[in-house]
Design a protein around this ligand. Structure first.
Ligand SMILES: *Cc1c(COP(=O)(O)O)cnc(C)c1O
Length: 406
């Protein structure tokens, strides 16, 4: 078997998935993105690049991750047979490391010595700092000053790994401002600096590259379910923030039209302005952070505030390939409310002994709703994108608040 993943034909040469994607950036970013696109095309055509990537996934990340039959959860729900793809067991506790390793390898190949990233909740910053440390590369992570205060344990982790965490004090002091700061850095240090983006979004070629690196999830899951059941699943479910874990697992099944693909966004407290991050339920097409996609915006095209109990799903825009899959009907998108995600996390913990991430709990919440109505022959794979250790403090505060409300 070739080490190279199987690629779908989309996007087109300009980075469009149907109407979505592309490269909507200031002139100063065009040359760096073209350099990156060329370097990635050369790497992607090189068997030895993928052989090295797969070696690192095995030795450093601990792949392949298991596909586990969730027998007790399935029995409890009394319908579909549920399997869990255990990305929570990957090194650092989530799928983000797959992408970080892929891009670090590319940075090394391009001769870049300095890695920059931006992070909101800190999970992508931790994955980037981890990969940079493993390669002995300098790592600078931009983070909003308010986010740093909220996510102190992740700031400490990044510093332990040798990364420099730079507080961003402009604007709203959150992710949006950290992105602007990282872009400014990239433009002025492009000769030696690699900008490592964390999800399947932003300007071309990032959505494509991140999808390719995360497609290992779908490739493994497809082979694993064929080995376990002798046939394809009936449905695959994943949570959608920027969309990288979902596109990673979907990509293994996109060409199998019989497999229903469902993405689950953050329903927050209500589908009303500022209370959720379900782009496909309250959003519209617009240009945001270098791409054309579905975003939450007001009538003037200003980004609306978002909310979710899970930091990783709390984002204005969705990755462009998902916008295309939704527009063409190949995938369906729904949402789970904060309360339903927290309840699903509890149910999974008690029925299977797995404390999943709050993001992943949105996918589990959909399974909890859908599985009882499906026959026992229905095989459903739920992507468990990460583990919940990082969320213990948030969960505790959430439940204390609930108790006060009663
Ligand atoms: C960051 C994160 C997500 C959301 O990002 P995607 O790019 O949509 O996958 C989901 N789950 C976990 C555990 C995360 O850390």
């Amino acid at each position: 078997m070739s080490a190279k993943p199987k690629f779908q034909s989309i996007p087109d040469g300009a980075g469009f998935y149907g109407d979505f994607g592309g490269r909507f950036v200031p002139d100063t970013l065009v040359a760096p993105l073209e350099e990156l696109e060329k370097a990635y095309a050369a790497a992607a055509a090189d068997e030895s690049f993928w052989a090295e990537f797969n070696r690192l996934l095995a030795e450093f990340v601990g792949r392949e991750t298991p596909l586990q039959h969730a027998a007790r959860l399935s029995a409890h729900l009394g319908g579909a047979k549920i399997y869990l793809k255990r990305e929570d067991l990957a090194h650092t506790g989530a799928h983000k490391i797959n992408n970080a390793i892929g891009q670090i390898l590319l940075a090394q190949r391009m001769g870049k010595k300095r890695i920059i990233a931006e992070t909101g909740a800190g999970q992508h910053g931790v994955a980037t700092a981890t990969a940079a440390a493993a390669f002995g590369l300098q790592c600078i992570v931009y983070m909003g000053a308010d986010d740093m205060a909220r996510q102190e344990p992740n700031v400490y982790r990044m510093r332990l790994l040798g990364a420099e965490v730079v507080p961003v004090t402009s604007g709203s002091r959150t992710l949006k401002d950290a992105v602007s700061e990282a872009m400014r850095d990239w433009v002025s240090h492009v000769h030696d600096t690699y900008y490592l983006l964390g999800s399947a979004l932003g300007p071309h070629p990032y959505p494509r590259m991140v999808r390719d690196f995360q497609s290992v999830i779908g490739t493994e899951a497809r082979a694993q379910i064929l080995a376990a059941e002798g046939r394809l699943p009936d449905s695959v479910v994943a949570c959608v923030g920027g969309g990288s874990n979902a596109i990673g697992i979907f990509s293994g099944f996109i060409d199998d039209e019989s497999v229903k693909l469902t993405g689950v966004e953050a329903g927050g407290t209500a589908i009303a302005k500022g209370q959720h991050a379900a782009r496909f339920s309250g959003g519209s097409t617009g240009i945001f952070q270098g791409m054309k996609t579905v975003i939450l915006q007001d009538g003037d095209g200003q980004a609306e505030p978002t909310h979710s109990v899970s930091a990783g799903l709390d984002y204005t825009g969705v990755g462009p390939e998902h916008a295309h899959l939704q527009a063409t009907g190949r995938a369906d998108y729904t949402y789970a409310a904060d309360d339903d995600a927290v309840a699903a996390l509890h149910l999974l913990a008690r029925s299977e002994g797995i404390i999943c991430a709050l993001e992943s709990a949105h996918a589990v919440a959909h399974a909890v709703k859908a599985a009882p109505k499906l026959p026992k022959e229905h095989i459903m794979i739920v992507n468990l994108s990460g583990r919940g250790d990082k969320d213990i403090g948030i969960l505790r505060a959430y439940e204390e608040n609930k108790n006060h409300d009663r």
